[in-house]
Design a protein around this ligand. Structure first.
Ligand SMILES: NC(=O)c1ccc[n+]([C@@H]2O[C@H](COP(=O)([O-])OP(=O)(O)OC[C@H]3O[C@@H](n4cnc5c(N)ncnc54)[C@H](O)[C@@H]3O)[C@@H](O)[C@H]2O)c1
Length: 407
């Protein structure tokens, strides 16, 4: 159950309440909506995060967000709270809570059930509920039924978030917005809401929009898997993949969309591919193969190291970058952590470092450099691109420090 935190203007009207508004998706969206002139209530369980926000401090890295928070806070159009009664002050509630997969790699409905139960007693009649989290197909209709069972007459729409984390402020204003609704009126209201941000609205049913979002993420995940499998094949053939990739792509438009290899990780791509897999009754060979390749990258690296050094016991190995991607402080589902774990199991001494991730187990870059005999690039932060590695062995699957597995 949510607990009250702050309700500075408990009687005033809000235009929008964002449930999960302190998160990586909810917060940039709240800021951009407030910047467009809307009065936005950020409703979130994480009180520590709300307090930092109210003090003008961003809880995570997001390009342009510090400036935007500083601009919007003094307008009084942003409010922070953990009391679900906040929803009684708005006609529109956007839901952006996390949607992890469960222990069976299937969707977990309990997150929506709980939050629907929390807010149902306070909803105004005909509130527009906009689901923005990435969801298992059918969730939007399921949520509407859940509210109906609790005596709430609401309109629902599914309007997926498609930003790349770290670029939300810019992309919220430039990407087309998918609006999935099964009733004209709900679609019209959701379209009007997002026209505050972008001129291009793409209308679909809820089920079409749910699939569109899952297909988008799964497509990206599969493309990374192809890139990673090609790297493995080239390495096993003793060929420099950086050079192969250059040959494939250089001035050749039909191959320009082949991504470079790297850790395909983070809070979305893997779990959304698994959600789609669950939707196919676990018969989704391409998605499942992509998962095997991408999740297998850390083990592939360990196998290559073993092939070269034999036993890794006592080897001092540095991992540069623990975030799930470059220029991010987000370590969620980062494959650098999976690699760290495998190396520790193999008996190595691991010196993991990252300029942005807060984690007591990490060491400063200088320590990692001074003490490691082998360096593995985990996340290609800019600071590592021109790093002086002084003849050490380097594993650079990203191709950011010269490329390849140079042992
Ligand atoms: N991170 C991304 O780049 C990205 C991009 C597109 C879509 N998505 C999707 O957006 C959704 C949210 O992802 P995220 O990365 O922002 O997650 P997040 O964990 O950063 O944010 C979720 C927020 O919801 C809050 N919360 C959880 N349960 C709550 C409840 N019952 N009531 C109030 N607040 C609650 C949490 O405290 C947190 O602040 C997921 O479905 C994700 O797949 C994420």
């Amino acid at each position: 159950m949510l607990r009250p935190v702050t309700t500075p203007h408990p009687d005033s009207e809000l235009d929008i309440v964002v449930l999960g508004g302190g998160g990586h998706v909810g917060l940039p969206l709240s800021l951009v909506l407030a910047d467009s002139g809307a009065r936005v209530g950020i409703l979130d369980l994480d009180e520590a995060k709300l307090e930092r926000l109210a003090a003008g401090e961003m809880p995570f890295m997001e390009n342009g967000a510090d400036e935007l928070l500083a601009r919007v806070l003094p307008t009084g159009r942003l409010e922070f709270g953990a009391d679900p009664a906040m929803v009684a002050r708005a006609d529109v509630v956007i839901v952006v809570i996390g949607t992890p997969v469960d222990e069976f790699l299937g969707p977990s409905m309990t997150v929506f059930e709980r939050s629907a139960d929390d807010i149902a007693p306070f909803l105004r009649p005909d509130t527009l509920i906009v689901l923005r989290s990435t969801v298992y197909p059918g969730t939007t209709a399921y949520v509407k039924d859940r509210f109906r069972e609790r005596g709430c007459v609401v309109q629902v729409a599914f309007c997926p978030e498609r930003i790349a984390e770290g670029h939300a402020i810019e992309e919220l204003r430039s990407l087309p917005q998918i609006v999935g609704a099964d009733e004209e009126a709900a679609g019209d209201r959701a379209a009007a809401l997002f026209r505050r941000l972008t001129a291009t609205i793409v209308r679909t049913t809820t089920r079409e929009a749910e699939l569109a979002k899952l297909f988008t993420n799964t497509w990206r995940y599969m493309k990374f898997a192809v890139a990673n499998q090609f790297l493995m094949i080239a390495e096993q053939a003793g060929v420099d993949y950086t050079n192969v990739l250059r040959a494939v792509r250089e001035d050749y438009p039909r191959a320009a969309d082949l991504p470079g290899p790297g850790f395909a990780a983070g809070p979305c791509l893997f779990k959304d591919t698994m959600q789609l897999s669950a939707f196919t009754s676990d018969h989704f060979p391409m998605g499942q193969a992509a998962m095997q390749v991408n999740e297998g990258m850390p083990a592939f690296i360990v196998q290559r190291l073993r092939g070269h050094y034999g036993d890794l016991t006592g080897r001092r190995i540095g991992i540069l970058g623990m975030a799930f991607k470059a220029e991010s402080d987000d370590p969620r589902a980062s494959l650098s952590y999976k690699l760290r774990k495998l190396l520790i199991w193999a008996g190595a001494e691991v010196l993991a470092t990252d300029p942005y991730v807060r984690d007591d187990r990490l060491v400063p870059l200088d320590d990692a450099l001074a003490r490691s005999e082998i360096l593995i690039l985990g996340a290609p932060h800019n600071v590592y691109r021109s790093l002086e590695v002084a003849g050490r062995d380097v594993v650079d699957i990203w191709g950011a420090m010269g490329g390849g597995i140079r042992l």
